[in-house]
Design a binder for this molecule. Sequence first.
Ligand code: SAM
Length: 234
Amino acid sequence: MLGLRMKKGLVLDNVVLLGRTLEEYRRYFALDLNSWRGRRVLDVASGVSSFCAEANAAGWDVTALDPIYELSPEMVEPRCEKDLDLVIDRLPGTTVYNWEFYQSPERLRGFRERAYRTFLADYRTATPERYVSGSLPRLPFVSGAFDLSLVSYLLLVYQKQLDYSFHKQSILELMRVTRGEARLYPVVTFEAERSEYLARFDADPELTQFSFDEVPTDFEFLLGSNRYLRIRHR
Ligand SMILES: C[S@@+](CC[C@H](N)C(=O)[O-])C[C@H]1O[C@@H](n2cnc3c(N)ncnc32)[C@H](O)[C@@H]1O
């Protein structure tokens, strides 16, 4: 879990344990909170996000998957604050963020703290089926199990750390377990550059059974993150 500051943006040479709230997921993926209620939703690489906890409390049916769920809450908890400190400390001087929504690093920190605290409370008490340990590019679910799959802040944004082959296998696996659609957010890297994998998905002969559409949203923090990638079966 490491963040290093560069002139333009954050460079993360490993994946950090930062969690977003349901409110942030709603904006990232332009989720209509009513239309997915009663459908099966998978949050992949959900980590310490509170989306699963909050959405289930609101009557959704969400399953969360992340490699950290092989750890106990007591082992996860100290890493939350540590990774949050790393990232927040490195924000000043970066030029790749639009602060309109969060306004300040302190307010951003408040969102992240709320997320991991809400996650931990749910993680301590939820049934084991809600938080499933696993790692892309393999998912421990039967084919077509989910109506909607979400991936926030793992694919595309970590383009430097996760190669094209990993992305392609992950998409094939996501779409195997998803009968509806998958959404990936954001479509830019931590340097706020559009992921070069987007063009490769469109041109890849092994992905022609899927359509890839960038759907605009009204939320942007990392510059260029005001869209998500929607993947559907053709
Ligand atoms: C930056 S966090 C994003 C958490 C959450 N999706 C959110 O947006 O708040 C990235 C997460 O990806 C998880 N991760 C790392 N490698 C993974 C893999 N191969 N498959 C699934 N999740 C992975 C990490 O454990 C971490 O929880």
